[in-house]
Ligand binder design. Structure first.
Ligand code: TEU
Ligand code: CA
Length: 559
């Protein structure tokens, strides 16, 4: 059955529940807190919400370690709260997608608690167990994402289990049909409650190469990179097609977005090309690697705009549909990373949103980006709550990286930069909670908050509203072809969208100085009218040569 493909017109707002809004004042955001802010969310102009995990969990990885997929964690509320949230969202015309974390579960999940007891119970093969090497060592030298070996020994089975992430996140065995159908049952459970789709965590890791041989070890590191032989394994597409068939036969109208670490563009095509009947789109990572350094993501490297542009343009050209993002709960704040969080915070936040949202695909806006929230600027290691921050610090220390350098890396790249509480108003804890929040509020909340943004007609928020309205208003911004206008300019990211006789010209300057930019002839001579700008005095008619002010972003329509 053909779906109505509503996801092509979805503009998604991502909510990180523990940091969004706390209504019972225990320092942790909750579902009631989301309900309370639905009118605000609706007012941004988005039409879909993505909730990161709120399921029962020991919260080792902030909920990405689920101990019961069908329960709401008591920190966040009750099942009634969840049902109320679904109903209230739908009443406002907002669709809702949940996070489905099924590459792994928590080690506290009943499946794992049974699986680790013996080799011959109902759940024995729900996880990935392997015998020790003859000398008792782990089956392979595979390392985990959060540091250390990807294998942990369990005496009762005299075997090791695989965990690509923390040891409290054992990987589920998708080669077990019973496990796969248990996952489809979880999907059915939430879809029956009215949920409109899923963001599927770490989907490129579901199918593993069964052999688990030792993998190459870079330089003098102890463990092999975790993704060797584990990303995009041999049965991944077979399993996703099976899932698609089972789920879509009952729910033909849902949206599925997969998160695909370590997936090339050609591999990504296999997940999303429409005739393949797998997923609607994926979160790819290539453009998140533009500021990687010697230790991977933790670096103080500053990106080059040309790298960002080249990467995004490649994916625009090659995939028929993309999930568009510049930040989320795993990344630093986009204005701090790609813009200027100081003098040009407002200008650059608007320009970045324009460059992102008007590309072809489904835009994902992470909570707080619509008011230009910035990195946290923590100065002590203890301010960080993310296990990855602490594991990384320990690892870098063992590599003799200085404490000062480690703190710089974290300040620029830690995931906690995006996890500080949402800044609602200029009151204690930014209006998030009257209790001490689980993670510190950014000290700039008096200046950067929703009340302030709402009262200013030139705010970043006001601009997001205009931008989203523009995105949803015409066929051109949904289906129009994407082409780079110039691939060589060092400051200006310039592209066009084209459909039938119409063209949308989108130009964003990544420079903090005034720049001169000349359009190619075929555009320069066209009659373009200004539709959006982050400056007040941008010329109404498109000129062959433009003088763009710091971080200026402009959109012209050629009819
Ligand atoms: O992330 C999967 C993933 O591989 C990366 O995004 C990774 O978390 C990041 O690069 C580490 O620096 C997903 C979730 O989005 C993330 O929050 C979870 O921690 C992870 O899965 C495990 O569930
Ligand atoms: Ca709470």
């Amino acid at each position: 059955m053909k779906t109505n493909e509503w996801w092509r017109r979805a503009v998604v707002y991502q909510i990180y529940p523990q940091s969004f809004n706390d209504t019972n004042n225990d320092g942790i955001g909750d579902l009631r807190g989301i309900i309370e802010k639905l009118d605000y969310i609706k007012s941004i102009g988005v039409n879909t919400l993505w909730l990161t995990p709120f399921f029962e969990s020991p919260l080792i990885d902030n909920g990405y370690d689920v101990s019961d997929y069908k329960k709401v964690a008591s920190d966040f509320g009750t099942m009634q709260d969840m049902e109320a949230l679904i109903a209230e969202a739908h009443q406002r015309g907002l669709k809702l997608i949940f996070d489905l974390v099924v590459n792994h579960s928590s080690d506290q999940h009943q499946w794992f608690r049974e699986s680790k007891l013996s080799r011959d119970n109902k759940y024995s093969d729900y996880y990935i167990w392997r015998d020790p090497k003859p000398d008792g060592a782990a089956p392979s030298n595979l390392g985990s994402v959060f540091g250390g070996s990807a294998w942990t020994y369990v005496k009762a089975r005299n075997q090791y289990y695989l965990h690509l992430f923390a040891k409290e996140q054992p990987d589920l065995n998708w080669d077990s049909k019973a496990l796969r159908y248990a996952v489809y049952d979880v999907m059915d459970f939430w879809l029956a409650k009215g949920v409109d789709g899923f963001r599927m965590d770490s989907i490129s890791f579901l199918s593993k190469n069964a052999e688990f041989e030792d993998v190459p070890v870079e330089d003098n590191k102890k463990f092999g990179a975790y993704y060797y032989g584990t990303a995009n394994g041999p049965h991944i597409h077979e399993y996703l097609k099976e899932m698609h068939q089972v789920i879509y036969s009952k729910y033909p109208d849902i949206m599925l977005v997969g998160e695909t670490p370590h997936t090339s563009m050609n591999q990504a095509k296999l997940y999303v090309e429409p005739n393949r009947q797998e997923l609607n789109m994926v979160f790819q990572f290539e453009h998140m690697h533009v500021d990687y350094g010697a230790y991977g993501r933790y670096s103080d490297v500053t990106f080059k705009m040309s790298d960002l542009r080249q990467s995004m343009a490649r994916w625009q050209k090659t995939l028929s549909w993309n999930a568009l993002y510049l930040g989320n709960h795993d990344q630093p704040r986009l204005v701090s990373r790609f813009g200027d969080e100081g003098r040009y915070r407002v200008k650059s936040a608007k320009m970045l949103a324009m460059i992102q949202i008007l590309q072809k695909g489904t835009p994902f806006i992470y909570q707080g980006d619509e008011i230009g929230m910035t990195n946290a600027h923590f100065t002590a290691l203890s301010q960080y709550k993310d296990l990855e921050a602490h594991n990384t610090a320990a690892f870098l220390q063992s590599e003799h990286v200085s404490h000062k350098q480690i703190m710089t890396f974290l300040a620029r790249k830690s995931r906690d930069n995006a996890r500080t509480p949402m800044q609602w108003e200029d009151t204690v804890n930014g209006g998030f909670s009257s209790h001490k929040p689980w993670i510190e509020v950014n000290t700039n909340y008096a200046k950067i908050n929703v009340i302030e943004a709402t009262s200013d007609e030139n705010s970043i928020l006001a601009f997001y509203r205009q931008l989203i309205a523009l995105k949803l208003q015409s066929q051109l911004t949904i289906d129009g072809d994407f082409t780079l206008i110039s691939a060589n300019d060092s400051s200006v990211f310039a592209y066009q969208r084209q459909l039938d006789g119409q063209k949308l010209i989108v130009l964003g300057s990544f420079s903090d100085k005034k720049v001169r930019y000349s359009l190619p002839k075929e555009i320069a001579n066209a009659n373009g009218k200004l539709v959006l700008s982050n400056y007040q005095d941008t010329p109404n008619d498109l000129n062959p040569t433009l003088f763009l002010k710091p971080y200026e972003g402009v959109v012209y329509l050629i009819n």
